[in-house]
Design a protein around this ligand. Structure first.
Ligand SMILES: *Cc1c(COP(=O)(O)O)cnc(C)c1O
Length: 434
C-alpha cells in the first residue's frame, strides 16, 4: 500500500520551538528605537508586548520550551498532516515527489494560530485585558480573535479597508470569536485620521493598520498590548512547530526534501517550515534549496533594499534591518492580502543576504492558475497567499519533468481559501491583473 497522508500522534508534537538567532552566520542587526535610533532595549518594548514575548524576541537560546497550556491548544488541530501530492504529480507528469504540509486544518484555516495562541497566553499571564492588532485578508485577525477567546481577552482588530470590503465573511468570523473589527484607515487614531484627511477613499495598507493598532495599544493606559502576526523573531520561532513536525513526517515517508518552498508575506510560514531543515543543514545534514515565493506586485525580498526601515507607515514601530520597499509603499489591491507588506522578517532577510535562501516573485494570475490546478487534483482550494507557494512548487516539478530529475519538493500549504472564493470568482471572470 502506498501512503498519502503522513500523520503523527499527538504525543509526537514538538515540545520546544527552534530559535535560529544563535545559528545565524552573521548574527542579527539590532532593532533601533524610532526616536533615538539607538538599539532598542527590552524596557522600550514593554508598552507594546507582554514580558514573556519580549524575552523571546531577544532570546539567544536555541530551544525554547512551549508552555503546557499552549500545547494543550495546539492539540486541537496539531500535528497537522503532511500529504504526498500523488494526484498532482500524476497530473503534472513529473518524476518529482511533491509533499505539502497543510496548515489549513487549524480552526482559523491557516498557520497563524501557531503564534496567536502563545501571544495571547503570555499577554494573559501579564494581566493584559485587550490585544490590538491589524489584519490584511483577515487570516491573522481571525487567528488572534480565536486565541483571545480561548484566554478570555478582548481583541481589537484594525482591518485593511480593501479587505474589510472584499472579505465580509472573515470579519464575521472575527466577530463570532468576540472581536471588535474596525476598517483602517479609521478615525480612531492620529495615523488613520491623517490618511483619511489626505485621501478619504484610501483602501488602506497593512503598514497603516499596524500604525493604528500600535497607537491604540499605546493610548490604552497599560490595559492593552499589541500583537503582530509575522515578521518578529518570536513569531518565526513559534512557527517552527511546522518544520519540526515535517521533519518527523518525512522520516516516516523515508524521504528528505531537495527543495523547500513557502509563500512569504512577512516570512513566518516560510521560515517556520524552512528553519528546522536549515538547522539540520547547519549540523551537517543535506543541503536544501529554500525558496521564498512572493507576489511580483509586492516584491520586498527580490526587489527591496536591505536597509533599516519602520514596520509601519507612520513610523511608530522600531526600525528593523530588512528587505523593504519603503514603509510608505502602497501595494496594489491584490487578493493575497496576507502578502501585501512592504518589509520582510529580519531573520529571512539576513538569510537572503548570505544566500542561504532564494526568493522568487510570481504574478497573481499565474498563482491562481496554479491554485486551480492544485484544487482539481488534490481537492483543497489554496488561500491566495498559499497559491504563491503552489506556483513555485509546480514550476519546480515541471522543471523536473524536463530534466528527468527525481527531486523531493516540500511546500507549505499555509491555508485554505474557503473565505477567498470571491478572488477565485474574479479570476474566472478574467478580472484580475498582475
Ligand atoms: C498571512 C498568511 C501568509 C503570509 O504570512 P507569513 O508571515 O509570510 O507566513 C501566507 N499564507 C497564509 C494562508 C496567510 O494567512
Amino acid at each position: 500500500m502506498t501512503t498519502t497522508k503522513f500523520v503523527l500522534p499527538e504525543s509526537d508534537i514538538p515540545t520546544t520551538w527552534y530559535n535560529v538567532v544563535p545559528d545565524l552566520p552573521k548574527g542579527l542587526p539590532p532593532m533601533l528605537h524610532p526616536g533615538t535610533r539607538e538599539p532598542i532595549t527590552e524596557a522600550d518594548l514593554a508598552p507594546l508586548f507582554a514580558s514573556g514575548l519580549i524575552a523571546q524576541e531577544f532570546s539567544t537560546e536555541r530551544d525554547v520550551e512551549i508552555p503546557g497550556p499552549v500545547l494543550d491548544i495546539y492539540r486541537q488541530w496539531r500535528p497537522s498532516p503532511l500529504i504526498r501530492a500523488r494526484r498532482l504529480e500524476r497530473d503534472l507528469g513529473t518524476p518529482a515527489r511533491i509533499y505539502f504540509k497543510y496548515e489549513g486544518v487549524s480552526p482559523a484555516g491557516s498557520h497563524k494560530p501557531n503564534t496567536a495562541v502563545p501571544q495571547a497566553y503570555y499577554s494573559k499571564l501579564d494581566g493584559v485585558r485587550r490585544l490590538t492588532t491589524e489584519t490584511g485578508a483577515g487570516q491573522w485577525g481571525s487567528s488572534l480573535s480565536m486565541a483571545c477567546a480561548y484566554f478570555d481577552l478582548e481583541c481589537d482588530v484594525f482591518m485593511v479597508r480593501v479587505s474589510y470590503d472584499q472579505k465580509p465573511y472573515r470579519r464575521g468570523l472575527m466577530e463570532t470569536f468576540g472581536a471588535t473589527v474596525t476598517a483602517s484607515p479609521s478615525d480612531r487614531t492620529e495615523a488613520g485620521r491623517a490618511v483619511l484627511a489626505a485621501d478619504p477613499d484610501s483602501t488602506g495598507s497593512l503598514g497603516l493598520a499596524i500604525s493604528e493598532a500600535v497607537e491604540a495599544a499605546m493610548q490604552s493606559g497599560g490595559s492593552a498590548r499589541y500583537a503582530l502576526g509575522s515578521v518578529l523573531n518570536l513569531v518565526l520561532m513559534h512557527q517552527t512547530i511546522i518544520g519540526q513536525e515535517a521533519l518527523l513526517q518525512l522520516e516516516l515517508a523515508g524521504d528528505y526534501p531537495d527543495v523547500v518552498v513557502g509563500a512569504a508575506g512577512g516570512g513566518s510560514n516560510f521560515a517556520g517550515l524552512a528553519l528546522p531543515f536549515l538547522r539540520r543543514q547547519f549540523e551537517g545534514g543535506p543541503t536544501v534549496r529554500f525558496l521564498a515565493a512572493e507576489p511580483s506586485s509586492c516584491p520586498s525580498l527580490t526587489q527591496g533594499s536591505y536597509d533599516y526601515d519602520f514596520g509601519d507607515t507612520a513610523g511608530l514601530t522600531p526600525l528593523a534591518k530588512m528587505h523593504t520597499l519603503g514603509h510608505d509603499f502602497r501595494p496594489p489591491a491584490i487578493h493575497a492580502g496576507g502578502l501585501r507588506y512592504h518589509g520582510m522578517a529580519p531573520i529571512v532577510s539576513a538569510l537572503r543576504e548570505v544566500d542561504l535562501i532564494e526568493a522568487r516573485a510570481v504574478p497573481q494570475t499565474a498563482c491562481f492558475e496554479a491554485g486551480v490546478r492544485f484544487a482539481r487534483s488534490e481537492g483543497i482550494v489554496p488561500a491566495p497567499e498559499s497559491s504563491h507557494a503552489v506556483r513555485v512548487a509546480i514550476d519546480e516539478a515541471l522543471r523536473c519533468r524536463e530534466t528527468g530529475e527525481e527531486k523531493a519538493i516540500l511546500f507549505s500549504l499555509s491555508g485554505h481559501g474557503h473565505f477567498d472564493m470571491q478572488a477565485y470568482i474574479d479570476y474566472f471572470a478574467g478580472k484580475l491583473t498582475d
